[in-house]
Design a protein around this ligand. Structure first.
Ligand SMILES: Cc1cc2nc3c(=O)[nH]c(=O)nc-3n(C[C@H](O)[C@H](O)[C@H](O)COP(=O)(O)O)c2cc1C
Length: 336
């Protein structure tokens, strides 16, 4: 089915950012429409890319028509199998490393012709061809890969927000169980890197996913001019962002746990959520780095009161300590 402009929802970008959740329950009987998939891919295509080299590509598959579905399913991490099978489409995002080596010259030329690269900023054809492009093309593939994977991430992010704005649900799913398996399934040439799989579909859970998931505090993530100097958010700005729908009620919203159990019973899956040991929950909730609101604190109290929580796997303590120490982390914070 095609679409007219009037049928496409008008969702402001800040609202779409606020509404987005990783959706893990999809209606297996409903499909995203072709025009929606096209719109999502257009969002990826229009995302900013270095030198306009267009390194991000994608293969769109559906379970019913995909010849290599079984091979793909072998690559997906176990906790993603249900998601993969119940979503409507999987977008396999790819990064083409040869775009860097083969398209830098033409990409920059398109920018010049578009009036984007100008003499004002010091661009000059001879310098570009004798210095800039040869320098870029001399990068080892590892460096190119790092640069281009970042760029593919941007494209995917834009595609995800667009999915959200169209009223669909989406999530990125790890396909790490069989490294190289996706490339092999599709017979990709070696310069194509599988970057991430993106499931799209019609949410079966509440599209709000039970509330906005907690993050670290703003001032713990952002620095004001110097590393370690917290950049403090203005509460009045946050209030305005709340009104615009960007900042929303934190998870878990009332009824979320019941919703999870209902969904589980519908598909004959195990009910309930995973829990951490009591001591670990208490340590986390007391951690000042996290922006925890009252709902998640209440939920933590409830989980502890209900009991039946697992024990910390003491046999792993030494491994965790060693791994953290290798990275210079303060183990006393995490392994008291
Ligand atoms: C690169 C990337 C890979 C992810 N892979 C998975 C995954 O394999 N399975 C999954 O359930 N969630 C996956 N997620 C979702 C995150 O766990 C999710 O972002 C987190 O739950 C925060 O929730 P939100 O996205 O709803 O804000 C992934 C997210 C990102 C950015």
């Amino acid at each position: 089915m095609s679409v007219s402009a009037g049928q496409i929802p008008d969702v402001p970008v800040l609202q779409a950012i606020g509404d987005r959740r990783s959706i893990r329950y999809y209606d297996p009987d409903k499909k995203a429409e072709d025009w929606q998939i096209q719109t999502i891919l257009q969002a990826g295509r229009l995302s900013s890319c270095q030198g306009n080299i267009n390194a991000t590509e994608a293969i769109v598959v559906q379970k019913e028509t995909c010849d290599v579905w079984d091979e793909l399913e072998e690559c997906v991490s176990g906790f993603n199998v249900q998601i993969m099978n119940q979503s409507s489409h999987i977008i396999i995002w790819l990064t083409n490393l040869n775009a860097w080596y083969g398209r830098a010259n033409d990409g920059l030329s398109t920018l010049a012709l578009s009036g984007a690269l100008t003499k004002y900023h010091g661009w000059n054809y001879e310098f570009t061809m004798t210095q800039t492009v040869p320098r870029l093309m001399s990068f080892p593939t590892e460096r190119t890969e790092m640069l281009l994977r970042f760029e593919s991430g941007l494209a995917v992010s834009q595609a995800m927000l667009t999915t959200q704005a169209l009223g669909l649900g989406n999530i990125l799913v790890a396909f790490g169980r069989k490294p190289g398996g996706v490339e092999k399934a599709f017979g990709l040439p070696p310069h194509y890197k599988f970057t991430w799989a993106h499931a799209v579909g019609v949410p079966l859970e509440d599209p709000k996913g039970g509330g906005q998931r907690p993050r670290l505090k703003f001032e713990k993530l952002f620095h004001d001019g110097a590393y370690g100097k917290p950049l403090m958010p203005d509460p009045a700005v946050n209030d305005a962002l709340r009104e615009k729908g960007m900042l929303q009620e934190q998870a878990p919203l009332p009824g979320r746990m019941e919703e999870i159990d209902e969904l589980a019973s519908k598909f004959a899956r195990d009910p309930g959520v995973v829990s951490w040991p009591e001591k670990e929950i208490k340590r986390l909730i007391a951690d000042d780095d996290w922006d925890f609101g009252p709902r998640i604190k209440e939920r933590a109290d409830q989980v502890i009161a209900e009991g039946g929580l697992p024990d910390y796997p003491e046999e792993m303590r030494e491994t965790f300590q060693k791994l953290m120490e290798e990275h210079g982390l303060d183990t006393s914070k995490y392994l008291s």
